[in-house]
Write a new protein. Structure first.
Length: 246
């Protein structure tokens, strides 16, 4: 039996899965970061799931532990994110086709923002692609029972996700990031998880829903719709997983 992992930064981002999962049991703990196993009706793979906290360091640490311990065939990262002002509205589901660490900066040595290389071979790394199967699936006919947000149904978008260890609320900084990276979504973990998955040869995808448009944080909307946003990201992923088992 194959194993997949579904992870998030915050427990409340994973709450829809906790409600839905069957035969849940705790299977591992890493300094207070707990992982569980279980099954979804209609999905053949065993599912390892858990939340690890905010930021790229915790994301990297937990992802490597997850891979070393459970050897998943595929890791899915779900939850909420910030969106760009260019074509993304609050509530839209973003399926990342690539990720970049936007705060990785050694430009003083001639690199571009987000770019790095390993001493062993000199290969440059910057943009890490995600698994193409889910990205391509967006183009097929499927029905997903989303919850509406302010009487609007979310759109499904695919594009770049950037990550940095700052919850960005400054419009000026956001505009600079948009010019540099041309992204659809921004969070604090996806790019780090993707790097770890890449170097372990584990397939990876990000499915997140925009809780705010970066530079225009609406705390009332944030508090009211955070559960809905997380539910829609999970529902989209579940619909995809079920389609693979038809």
């Amino acid at each position: 039996m194959q194993t997949i992992a579904i992870i998030s930064a915050l427990r409340k981002e994973l709450e829809p899965l906790f409600i839905d999962i069957q035969k849940k049991k705790q299977v591992a703990e890493l300094n207070g970061i707990t992982f569980y196993s279980g099954y979804l009706k209609g999905v053949s793979e065993r599912i390892i799931f858990g939340s690890f906290g905010i930021g790229k360091v915790l994301a990297s640490l937990s992802t490597q532990f997850l891979i070393d311990t459970f050897h998943p065939n595929h890791i899915y990262f779900i939850g909420a994110c910030g969106g760009t002002m260019h074509g993304v509205k609050p509530g839209d589901v973003i399926v990342a086709d690539s990720t970049i660490q936007s705060d990785f900066d050694i430009t003083c040595f001639g690199y571009t923002k987000g770019e790095f290389q390993l001493d062993r071979d000199g290969i440059l790394f910057k943009e890490f692609k995600t698994d193409i199967s889910l990205v391509n699936w967006i183009k097929t006919d499927y029905i997903c029972n989303f919850e509406s947000i302010k009487n609007c149904m979310p759109s499904i978008l695919s594009g770049r996700m950037i990550s940095q260890d700052t919850f960005e609320t400054k419009k000026m900084t956001f505009n600079r990031l948009q010019r540099e990276f041309h992204f659809f979504g921004i969070d604090m973990e996806s790019a780090a998880v993707n790097v770890v998955c890449h170097f372990n040869a584990v397939s990876f995808n990000v499915v997140k829903s925009a809780i705010d448009i970066t530079g225009q944080l609406d705390l009332n909307f944030y508090r009211a719709y955070y559960p809905v946003v997380c539910t829609n990201a999970y529902k989209f992923l579940k619909t995809y997983l079920l389609s693979k088992n038809i």
